[in-house]
Design a protein around this ligand. Structure first.
Ligand SMILES: *Cc1c(COP(=O)(O)O)cnc(C)c1O
Length: 465
């Protein structure tokens, strides 16, 4: 396992992305606002070739009405935070699974490509590198909210004096509902046991000090701290290491939903001492809609005797088929498997992990620093409140260590209209109620020219508004 921590030896030191980009532009005799600068950055991007491993959407397929620039025939895909692109190998690997079943019938369980009964073993190594864990600390199974519920069964053990779950005030709805239902199921009252972290009046991100203060002051009543690693709405990264430490000092369990963090930022779940985590794989991990989800449990809990919901797949593989009806539980998170794994879904995840294996989260993050930094710099240059009407506010933290690749934008005019116009020009991004547009330049397949074109489109759109 990679023992390095994300906050050590950062390549660009303490400089902001804007400062680094200005230096690079200057050293090349280029203007940061010039298209040639975007082209220069793409030429020097060691990961630029990865885009060719994906079906990057074409303008011709997205029914665009106008071309923004005749030089380009591709759309601008900024929805990686919602659904990653399909790799060029996905359907091939899925076909291999189908063929193994077709030809080897019952024996496809133990032989051929991705032997069905063992198929999840083929993704755990790659997965563990992405989340910073030992291989026996991760598993791929089920869907995200399913895994969240399973883990809450174990990690939420309320008592009359310690029954609260600490979560974001506006957590992703699925997480909110799962937590609410678990509290009710244990006979507690969600209005008393859900401790929602509210934002300060007029602010868009949570302050570390506020989170740590709640843990310090109310920790004795908190059974579980359950936050996202990266909030889907404002794009904020939580300080998972500090929150885990503070929670443990108060005797709380600490878990994270990493749906928007996995494949986006560097994670060190083992070293951060996180108790458990869960994530989906169809966002930055490109496994396709409804892909197989992932979960982590720290080695410390390997032989825990927490309550859990079990099935035959948690039984040790060695004697699972002895059919003794006496559980011999696989230690660790792999003992939480309930059903036999789905090779079709594992194949589509495998296709994407093959691409992750060509690089590293560190390298992706280094590109992300510049790519999202470039977007941020140009947005501020052209559309900040003092320069533009309508204007755009970026509500995602400007501190690189507190964000991933996504920027959440708030417009001073209707975003519905802007979003429709962007779609007509082949820009794929999304909006989230009440008023945010999410733009995720994904380092795996987005280019600096994508960002440049997006800014040109916005310029024309907002100045002729
Ligand atoms: C995307 C996402 C989900 C989706 O849950 P599924 O079970 O995969 O449908 C849940 N929680 C968070 C925080 C998400 O970002």
């Amino acid at each position: 396992m990679d023992q390095q921590n994300s906050n050590t030896e950062w390549k660009y030191g303490k400089r902001t992305p804007g400062e680094v980009l200005l230096d690079v532009a200057k050293s090349q005799g280029l203007e940061i606002t010039d298209e040639n600068f975007a082209k220069f950055l793409d030429r020097n991007d060691e990961l630029a070739n990865l885009r060719k491993d994906f079906f990057y959407p074409k303008l011709a397929d997205s029914g665009v009405e106008m071309h923004d620039n005749e030089d380009y025939d591709e759309s601008i895909y900024f929805c990686g935070m919602s659904l990653g692109l399909q790799t060029k190998h996905t359907s091939k690997l899925i076909s291999k699974v189908l063929q193994n079943w077709e030809v080897n019938t019952i024996n496809c369980h133990s032989s051929g490509y991705l032997p069905a009964a063992l198929c999840d073993d083929y993704v755990h190594e790659s997965m563990s590198k992405i989340v910073g864990a030992y291989e026996d600390e991760v598993v791929n199974m089920n869907g995200l909210t399913v895994n969240l519920n399973f883990l809450l069964v174990s990690f939420y053990q309320p008592t009359p004096t310690r029954h609260k779950i600490l979560l974001e005030g506006k957590a992703f709805p699925s997480d909110h509902y799962a937590i609410e239902s678990q509290i009710k199921q244990r006979g507690y009252d969600p209005t008393k046991s859900m401790r929602l972290l509210k934002l300060r009046e007029g602010e868009n991100t949570w302050r570390d000090e506020d989170i740590l203060k709640v843990i310090e002051e109310e920790g004795d009543e908190i059974a579980l701290i359950m936050l996202s690693g990266l909030n889907y709405y404002n794009g904020q990264v939580f300080d998972m290491e500090a929150i885990t430490r503070a929670g443990h000092a108060k005797g709380c369990m600490v878990g994270f939903d990493l749906a928007h963090a996995v494949g986006n930022i560097e994670l060190h779940l083992h070293n951060w001492d996180v108790d458990f985590a869960c994530w989906c794989t169809y966002k930055y991990l490109n496994s396709g809609p409804g892909g197989i989800a992932g979960a982590f449990m720290h080695r410390r809990h390997k032989n825990n005797d927490f309550p859990k919901f079990l099935g035959w797949w948690g039984h040790s593989a060695e004697d699972r088929f002895e059919m003794t009806n006496v559980m011999n539980l696989t230690p660790g998170i792999q003992g939480y498997r309930v059903s036999n794994p789905p090779p079709l879904l594992v194949a589509s995840l495998r296709a994407s992990l093959d691409i992750f294996d060509k690089t590293s989260m560190r390298q992706l993050r280094e590109k992300s620093f510049l790519l999202t930094g470039y977007l941020e710099y140009l947005l501020q240059l052209y559309f900040s409140k003092d320069k533009s009407d309508p204007y755009i506010d970026i509500i995602t933290p400007s501190d690189f260590s507190r964000r991933g690749c996504q920027l959440s934008l708030v417009y001073s005019c209707s975003i519905t209209e802007i979003h429709e116009k962007l779609e007509k020009l082949g820009v794929l991004c999304d909006t989230r109620k009440p008023n945010v547009m999410r733009i995720a330049p994904t380092p795996m397949y987005n280019s600096f020219q994508d960002v440049f074109r997006f800014i040109q489109i916005l310029k024309r759109m907002l100045t002729s508004h």
